[in-house]
Design a protein around this ligand. Sequence first.
Ligand code: HEC
Length: 125
Amino acid sequence: MSNERAWIMRSAGALLAVFAACTCRAQDASAGKAVFAQCSVCHSVDGSSSVGPSLKGIVGRKAGSATGFRYSRGMRNSNLVWDAATLDRYLADPQGAIPGNLMPFAGLADKRARADLIAYLASLK
Ligand code: HEC
């Protein structure tokens, strides 16, 4: 086999490996909006508090900082800023991620559902 041909074969193999490893699906905010149905019983997106704090502008916000909501000490002292990574950890396992927080929600095991949900949360400006 010529060197050039061997190179092409190796490159094609590497490309295939990349495609195989990649789930190749962007996060989908509209699918995330459907996932949010189970959050909306406690969370508004318009700035008003209910059972939980409003999630308007949640991405980029310091945890436990919405005005007019009484947070648990665990949440207030968590020293987190909500971004894709911290939200993913919290939504997978609220009690494990922030001990002492009082969100009565067991967590969302499905990684894809969390990614879609976080894309939706990021759209709540
Ligand atoms: C049964 C009510 C309830 C449900 C359902 C619920 N939450 Fe919460 N959530 C709360 C409460 C109460 C808090 C405040 C917890 C605390 O102070 O410890 C909270 C806190 C949060 C926070 C931190 C907010 C901040 O200002 O720092 C985020 C983010 C959050 N919830 C997202 C979600 C998402 C996303 C879902 C849906 C997958 C969800 N929650 C489902 C009640 C709920």
